[in-house]
Design a protein around this ligand. Structure first.
Ligand code: CP
Ligand code: NVA
Length: 308
């Protein structure tokens, strides 16, 4: 195990990290949570968010404040970005003011364009393709609950998009058996599946299925996300009957390992992808998972800024 120094690097996708770097980051996050380390900085983090956010915005902000740094909220509607200033121009200017930037946007290509024009670290705070920051907190939660990650079986149920993509990749890289149960037409993107198979730790099993019961059988973790992501709200009603069999409810949880935990990145739609009883039930770890966003995001800032 080493010191998680990723100074100057970007986190545009979870596969930007090696499994060893992920392990080091998770240890750093756990040490920060336990109060074993108290790194300090006087840096400035910019948040460029084109979509709503509670957890990502607040966890990054609080993490930066606790480190002694500052945060600038650069909502595109309040900057010239919203009036059409080219991303390349915005990027080059912000590069000269900020020390690090977290971006939440739609297209992964826009995130990449921004990163291509700056020297400072760029963090993916959610795109339509990936949500790597979320998955660091998820892995931290799994490690804390089970004392291990490798060898566990995680089952994701629902839409095979951003959160599912990062989970599939990270899970496979860390040696988890990953089962993705999605309705037909909502499987993870083929290029993500191919990358997950390529990067998977030896012995890891990746299963894609449309059978939620089989996918949940004996799993250690059941994980779900909303059925209609931000930007897809007008499709939500039409999706409900398609996704209903993938709801995480008591009956599905009965199929899992008796010690199984339930995770959800939040926000949750009770009665859709997860029932109230499961979300608030004894096997749910969603509030610890949400708390870990703070510690995992702080670890990421410490590492990318080279504060250790
Ligand atoms: N899980 C997550 O990223 O939440 P927010 O959309 O509230 O940031
Ligand atoms: N899939 C969801 C995740 C939100 C954190 C979305 O993109 O809206």
């Amino acid at each position: 195990m080493g010191i998680a120094s990723l100074k100057g690097r970007d986190l545009l996708a979870i596969s930007d990290l090696t499994p060893e770097e992920m392990t080091d980051l998770l240890q750093l996050a756990a040490d920060l949570k336990a109060g074993k380390l108290a790194p300090r900085c006087d840096k400035v983090l910019g948040l460029l968010f084109s979509k709503a956010s509670t957890r990502t915005r607040v966890s990054f902000s609080v993490a930066m404040y606790q480190l002694g740094g500052q945060v600038l909220d650069l909502n595109p509607s309040q900057t010239q970005v919203g009036r059409g200033e080219p991303l390349q121009d915005t990027a080059r200017v912000l590069d000269r003011y900020l020390d690090i930037v977290a971006i939440r946007t739609y297209r992964q290509e826009d995130l990449q364009t921004f990163a291509d024009y700056v020297q400072i670290p760029v963090i993916n705070a959610l795109t339509d393709l990936e949500h790597p920051c979320q998955i660091l907190a998820d892995l931290q939660t799994i490690q804390a609950c089970f004392g291990q990650i490798t060898g566990l079986t995680i089952t994701y149920l629902g839409d095979g998009n951003n959160v599912a993509h990062s989970l599939l990749l990270a899970g496979a890289m860390m040696g988890m058996n990953v089962r993705m149960a999605t309705p037909d037409g909502f499987q993870p993107a083929p290029e993500i599946v191919a990358l997950a198979r390529k990067l998977a730790a030896p012995g890891t099993k990746i299963t894609l299925t449309d059978d939620p019961q089989a996918a949940a059988e004996g799993a250690h973790i059941l994980y779900t996300d909303v059925w209609a992501s931000m930007g897809q709200e007008d499709l939500a009603d039409a999706r409900i009957p398609l996704f209903q069999p993938y709801q995480v409810n008591q009956a599905l949880l009965q199929q899992a390992d008796p010690q199984a935990i339930v995770l959800h990145c939040l926000p949750a739609h009770r009665g859709e992808e997860i029932t109230e009883a499961v979300l608030e039930g004894p096997q749910s770890r969603v509030w610890d998972q949400a708390e870990n966003r703070l510690h995992a995001q702080k670890a990421l800032l410490v590492s990318l800024l080279g504060l250790l």
